[in-house]
Design a protein around this ligand. Sequence first.
Ligand code: ADP
Ligand code: ASP
Ligand code: MG
Length: 469
Amino acid sequence: MLIVMKFGGTSVGSAERIAQAAQLAVDTAAKGHQIVVVTSAMSKVTDLLIGAARQASTGHWDPKLRQELFDRHKSVADALIGKDAARHGEVLEALRQRLDRFEKLCFGLSMVHELTPRLLDAISGTGEMLAAPLVAAAIAARGKASQAVDATELIVTTDQYGGAEPLMDETRAKTAARLKPAIDRGEIPVVTGFIAATADGVMTTLGRGGSDYSASIVGAALDASEVWIWTDVDGVMTANPSEVPEARTLAEISYSEASELAYYGAKVLHYKTILPAFRQRIPVRILNSFNPAHPGTRVSVEGNPSAQGVKAVTSIRGVILIAISGTGMQGIPGIAAKTFDVVADQQANVLMISQASSENNICFVLSAAEAPRVVAALRAALEFELMRGHIEEITAEQQVAIVAAVGDRMQGSPGIAATVFGALGEAGINVIAISQGSSERNISLVVTERDAAGAVRAIHRAFQLEKTS
Ligand code: ADP
Ligand code: ASP
Ligand code: MG
C-alpha cells in the first residue's frame, strides 16, 4: 500500500516528537508499505512567523527572531543527528538558507511598510520548510533513505493567497514526476504541508491548519491507498475534548460526516481535507502520534451504519450574524439574490443561512474577518431597498457562535430537533437562529459566544454521546 502520513505541529513539536514521527513512518514502511510523509511546522512556529511579518510591516524587524527560530530548529538537529557530522552539517545549511530567505522577506517588509496576502504566504510557510529537513534527517538516521521536498514543487494552486485551491491535473503531473521515482526506490519523501505554488511558481498557502489538506491532495495526486493524519488526540471525537471532557473517539465516520464536522469547527481536520480523498474514495485515518496503539478514526464511504442519529457536536467561534430585515421584504423578489451576489463578490464564505418563513428576515453567518466589508457592500448594494423601506435594517451581531449537531443517520430520525432544542431550553440557552440543511445531516444554530460551550455540552449530554460507539 502507498500511505501518505501527515504529522501535525505537536507531532513534530520537539526532537522527541520528531523521532517518534520518524519511527512511525519507518515502522510502517517495514511492514511492506510505501510511505510519503507530509509535515506541519513545529508547534507555534507559524504563529511566530505571522507575528514577525506583521511586525516587520510596521517598520520593526527584529533580527533576534531569526536567531530564535534557528536555535529552536538547530537544537532539534543536535539532538536527532548531532553525532552524524555530515548529515548535521547538511541540515544546518538547509535551515540557514531558509532563514536567509525569511529574513530578506521580513527586511523588505520593514522597508516598504506593507504586508500583502502574497507576501504573508511567502513568509508564513517558512515553518514547514524548516521542519521538513529535520523530519527527513530523522528518518534517514533510522536507515531509510529520505529527502525533504518543498510542496511548491508539487502542488499547483490558484493565486488566492491565504487559502489557495489546488489545480488537480497540474498537481497530479508534477507530484507523480517528482515523487514516484523516489518512492519506487524505497525512499520516504518528506513533503512540506500547508504551502504550494501557482503555475508561475509564486508561493501560496492552503489556509491555517492546511497541512491536512496538503496530505489529502498529495494522496489523491499519487492515488494513495490511504491517508493517515497523525495528531494529538485519539481521532475524531464526539466533541472537542477541551470543551467536553467526556467526549469519545468515533471509530468510523463517513466522508460526509467528516466533512460536515470539519466545516462546522472540528479543528482536528482542516475543513477542505476530505474532498480530494473522497473523490477517489481514499480512506482517511485520524491517529494519535502520542498513542499510536489506538486504532483512531477511519473515514470511509459507509461510516458506521449502526450508529443512529447525532454523532458529534461542534462549534465555531469568532463569527458574526448578519441580518437583513424589514416587514416590506415580503413578496419583493430578488432581495436574497442580491444579498448573496454581494457576498459572492466579496469572496466571503457563508457558514450558515437562515430565513424565517414570514420572509421578514434573512440572516447568515460569516467569519468576523469578512463581516465588515460584506456589511458595507450590502448597505451600498441595497441602498434603494433601504431608502424605500423594503428593508428596515442590516445588522451585524458580534460575538456569536455556531453550534452544529452532525450525523448521517439524523436523516429520517424523528425527534432529533426536539431533543436538541429541549436540551438547550433546559440549559436556559437562547437560540438566535436555526438552520437545517435538506440533507438532514446537520442541525446548526446560532447562540451567543458565551453560551457556546454550554450548548455543546447540553446537546452532547442529551444524545448521551459519551456512551454510544
Ligand atoms: P495538528 O497540529 O495535529 O494538526 P490540531 O490542533 O490542528 O492538530 O487539531 C487537533 C485538535 O483539534 C485536538 O487537540 C482538539 O483539541 C481539537 N478538536 C476540536 N474538535 C475536535 C473533535 N471533534 N475531535 C477531536 N479533536 C477536536
Ligand atoms: N503550520 C500551519 C498552521 O499552523 C499549517 C498546519 O499546521 O496545518 O496553520
Ligand atoms: Mg491541524
